[in-house]
Every structure is written in structure tokens, then in C-alpha cells.
Design a protein around this ligand. Structure first.
Ligand SMILES: [Zn+2]
Length: 79
């Protein structure tokens, strides 16, 4: 399943704060954008995700996520 309404971006720099999935304070590597379900034109909100949650969401949504080059280059992975 691929969803156009959920996108996961890798942050350029990891941020130490609370993951909005597992509610633990960890290094946040990903931001998942939630777009409207009908046309995926509008940003509804977003979630900050730690490494393991981001990768888990990537697996669930069949989106390739990567933490490589997080501290070097902005890296937005999509399939
Ligand atoms: Zn998490």
C-alpha cells in the first residue's frame, strides 16, 4: 500500500525531543507530513518521529526512509 497523503522526510539535523509516536524523548530523525486524504494537496499536520518509529512507519507505508547523511545533507527519500 502506498499512501500519497502521508510523507516522511528525513530531518537535516536530528533534534532531541519527544517522539510523537512512542512518546519517548529521543533523537528525532523524521517528520511525517499528513496531507488531506482526498487530493493530498493540503497539509493537515505533522508528526515528529524517532529513528525506530520513522523506520517502522516507512515499513508500514512502504516508503523508503533513511538516516544516512542526516548530519551532512538534507535527504528526502521517496519511492
Ligand atoms: Zn518513537
Amino acid at each position: 500500500m502506498k499512501s500519497k497523503s502521508l510523507k516522511i522526510a528525513t530531518l537535516a539535523h536530528a533534534v532531541y525531543k519527544k517522539c510523537e509516536c512512542c512518546n519517548r524523548v529521543k533523537d528525532i530523525y523524521f517528520k511525517m507530513s499528513v496531507l488531506d486524504a482526498a487530493k493530498a494537496n493540503y497539509l493537515v499536520g505533522d508528526f515528529d518521529l524517532c529513528k525506530s518509529c520513522g523506520q517502522n512507519f516507512g515499513d508500514i507505508l512502504n516508503i523508503k526512509v533513511s538516516t544516512e547523511n542526516v548530519l551532512n545533507d538534507f535527504n528526502f527519500s521517496k519511492t
